[in-house]
Ligand binder design. Structure first.
Ligand code: BT5
Length: 259
């Protein structure tokens, strides 16, 4: 008998999501992941909930987390204490790269990155990332809008947000997407752990929304221009409408206005 060739199984994650906590509802998966991180949970522990009652974004903003329809997930990533602490802020860029790869693999081929880690499709936000430090751990919180159609998201987000189902025109299998996400994310976290921001800058720039027009709130002074790429530490280079280059290391960036 001749042995028939066996296709290699797609590689699943080695450490990300090996320990998983699944909840019907919680205030924020990142709160729970943070408490687990402090209590010494393993590297790669993942907390996922069907709904969040106090989902949060960056800078004290809220993340709309209606029940049952979307993805709310937080992962505990332990950082090698031997690596420079100044690198840590750039971990969020590695997460953004992994999330874009996952939504593209799920069919949202037009998805791209807005600094530092929003995932946009046609200027609308499909996914957001919130990284928070706790000792030697970083809690990586990821929200991805999955289900589409009327009522999938609160009406106030109708003009600025999108979902994977709306972006692809197909229903989304949430467990399959979670597997895709964890498998896409882990290699980028591994590369970041091994080599720091240098491993991420090129891939991030390859996935950024090209020429995206942005307005940066620079201490109350709006600066409008286009995203031109990253500095070696992961800061964004923004070229304003007068041609001057700004280094954005923090603060808020809004899409638009059109020129
Ligand atoms: C983010 O913040 O984009 C980070 C979002 C992280 C959410 C995850 S869900 C799992 C984990 N647990 C949490 O509690 N959080 C994390 P930021 O860049 O600040 O964006 C927030 C802004 O995006 C809001 O002010 C709204 O304008 C908009 N927004 C809120 N909910 C949205 C949604 N579901 N889809 C698209 N845009 C949304």
């Amino acid at each position: 008998m001749t042995a028939s060739p066996v296709a290699a199984a797609p590689a699943g994650p080695r450490w990300l999501g090996r320990h998983r906590i699944e909840l019907a509802s919680c205030a924020s998966t990142s709160d729970i992941a943070m408490a687990l991180a402090r209590a010494g949970c393993p590297h790669g522990t993942v907390v996922r909930a069907d709904a969040q009652t106090a989902g949060r974004g960056r800078l004290g903003r809220a993340w709309a987390s209606p029940p049952g329809r979307h993805l709310y997930l937080s992962a505990v990533v332990r950082i090698d204490p031997a690596r420079p602490t100044t690198e840590r802020a750039a971990l969020t860029l590695a997460v953004g790269v992994g999330v874009v790869d996952a939504v593209r693999a799920a069919g949202a081929t037009a998805a791209g990155l807005k600094w530092p880690n929003d995932v946009l499709v046609d200027g609308r936000k499909l996914a957001g990332v919130l990284c928070e430090a706790s000792g030697d751990a970083i809690v990586v919180g990821i929200g991805v809008n999955l289900a589409g159609g009327d009522g999938a998201l609160p009406p106030d987000l109708a003009g600025s947000a999108t979902t994977l189902a709306d972006a692809t025109g197909a229903a989304v299998d949430r467990p399959a997407f979670i597997a895709t996400l964890l498998a896409a994310l882990e290699p980028w976290l591994d590369r970041f752990a091994a080599a720091g921001p240098a491993a991420i800058l090129g891939p991030w720039q390859d996935r950024m929304v090209p020429g995206l027009r942005l307005t940066w709130d620079r201490a109350g002074q709006p600066v409008t221009g286009r995203a031109a790429g990253l500095d070696p530490d992961g800061a964004l280079r923004l070229i304003d409408d007068a041609g001057a280059t700004h280094r954005v290391v923090a603060g808020d960036l809004a899409v638009g206005p059109p020129r």
